[in-house]
Design a protein around this ligand. Structure first.
Ligand code: IMP
Ligand code: MG
Length: 176
């Protein structure tokens, strides 16, 4: 496994993003941070610990990557519990790949009457994009490679790695 983003670089970038977010939402009294389970959890926790603006948190879970749905069809497996209407929503995601997941969720949040909706994504695989998704806060642009760690999984493994790594193809196919 090749390390793509080191722990120190993650920490540094997360702190920078948090400073930006803190500045931008300084005047907001209704910030709702919504993470997309499960991949965003490590990133979200680290990011939010830096924030000083008052906020609440909630979660979406969508259909898993490479599932039986047709491309572009995204299922909501777990919806948010809190009302979205009138809130400044910051959606927090681990990685934007084709863009279908985020495109669906962003549309849903706007439909439900969020006051504003912005997207914070740790990783941007822009060369894999199929639908355009505006990323307001972006951690790192990466190549079109399958990565794991810091929340991201391969078959539910490797989420707890404290860095981002490129999964070795021989390991992936061996599946051991
Ligand atoms: P999208 O709808 O194609 O943008 O897919 C986004 C979701 O696919 C992410 O939230 C991840 O859960 C998953 N995903 C995409 N690329 C990777 C990867 O390289 N490693 C692990 N999960 C990935
Ligand atoms: Mg995800």
């Amino acid at each position: 496994m090749r390390v793509l983003v080191k722990r120190e670089d993650l920490d540094k970038r997360v702190a920078e993003l948090a400073a930006e977010i803190d500045r931008d939402y300084a005047e907001s009294d209704c910030l709702l941070c919504i993470g997309v389970l499960k991949g965003s959890v490590f990133f979200m926790v680290d990011l939010l610990k830096h924030l000083k603006v008052p906020l609440s948190i909630d979660f979406f879970q969508t259909s898993s990557y490479g599932g039986s749905t047709t491309p572009g069809e995204v299922r909501i497996r777990k919806d948010v519990d809190l009302p979205v209407r009138g809130k400044d929503v910051l959606l927090i995601e681990d990685i934007v790949d084709t863009g279908h997941t985020l495109n669906t969720i962003l549309g849903l949040l706007r439909f439900r009457g969020a006051r504003s909706v912005r997207l914070c994504a740790l990783l941007d695989k822009s060369s894999a994009r199929e639908v355009e998704v505006p990323i307001d806060y972006r951690g790192f642009e990466i190549e079109n490679l399958f990565v794991v760690g810091y929340g991201l999984d391969f078959d539910e493994r490797y989420r707890n790695l404290p860095y981002i790594a490129v999964l070795d193809e021989t390991n992936a196919s061996a599946g051991s």
